[in-house]
Design a protein around this ligand. Structure first.
Ligand code: AR6
Length: 200
């Protein structure tokens, strides 16, 4: 394995990876999309996933939207992976950052929890996440990393998912997740740093 900046942590029987990369290339059973409530596509990671997956993905999103209406922040829905290597795409809507006093952290934690629950229902053994809300939605990246990692680590203790990979698009985001993961490992029993495979 020589993914850029790969760092690996262990929690119980599961692994948590941090890498720098493009989530559309991931071969995990599911990838998570940082979508918006319309489910009709957008920029950032959403645009990249829609482009790489092809028209079948947008058609599935439109069908869900027509049946259930807009997806509220903190919730998640699943589609197939269409032309992607991943079998499933889990779409979730992060919070738009205001000033942190409007339930942003709770909504962000809910995105990760709901996505993990769906991955379990779909019998996924591996899931890749982007850094939800830290692009267009403006969430401060260190704060988002802390919430994302704490939520996933707690969930992985009892999950049927065996690998969660954070696929981070740039060095700055990777640095934030690495820093917060090391802090969490110092504090949370059983959450351990495994190796620093490729450096960063
Ligand atoms: N692979 C992995 N991460 C990526 C990729 C990629 N291919 N492309 C961008 N990122 P954003 P948000 C990173 O803005 O803040 C969309 O228009 C990006 O650098 O994609 O949740 C939606 O439709 C950043 O670190 O998502 C919504 O309207 C992270 O993904 C809105 O943006 C999240 O940035 C959602 O905003």
């Amino acid at each position: 394995m020589n993914d850029a900046g790969r760092q690996q942590y262990r929690i119980g029987g599961s692994l948590l990876d941090l890498i720098i990369g493009d989530i559309t290339n991931e071969t995990t059973d599911a990838i998570v999309n940082a979508a918006n409530s319309s489910l009709l596509g957008g920029g950032g990671v959403d645009g990249a996933i829609q482009r790489a997956a092809g028209p079948l993905l947008l058609a599935e999103c439109k069908r869900i939207r027509a049946q259930h209406g807009p997806l509220p922040p903190g919730r998640a829905v699943a589609t197939s992976g269409a032309s992607l290597k991943a079998k499933h795409v889990i779409h979730t809507v992060g919070p738009v950052w205001q000033d942190g006093s409007n339930g942003e952290a709770a909504t962000l934690a809910s995105c990760y929890r709901e996505s993990m629950k769906l991955a379990e229902q779909l019998s996924c053994l591996s899931v890749s996440f982007p850094s939800i809300s830290t692009g267009a939605f403006g969430y401060p990246v260190y704060d988002a990393a802390r919430t994302a990692l704490a939520t996933i680590v707690e969930h992985l203790r009892t999950s049927s998912v065996k690998t969660v990979r954070f696929v981070l698009f740039d060095i700055r985001t990777h640095r934030a997740y690495s820093t917060e993961a090391r802090k969490l490992a110092a504090r949370v029993p059983g959450f351990q740093f495994e190796d620093d495979a490729a450096g960063s």
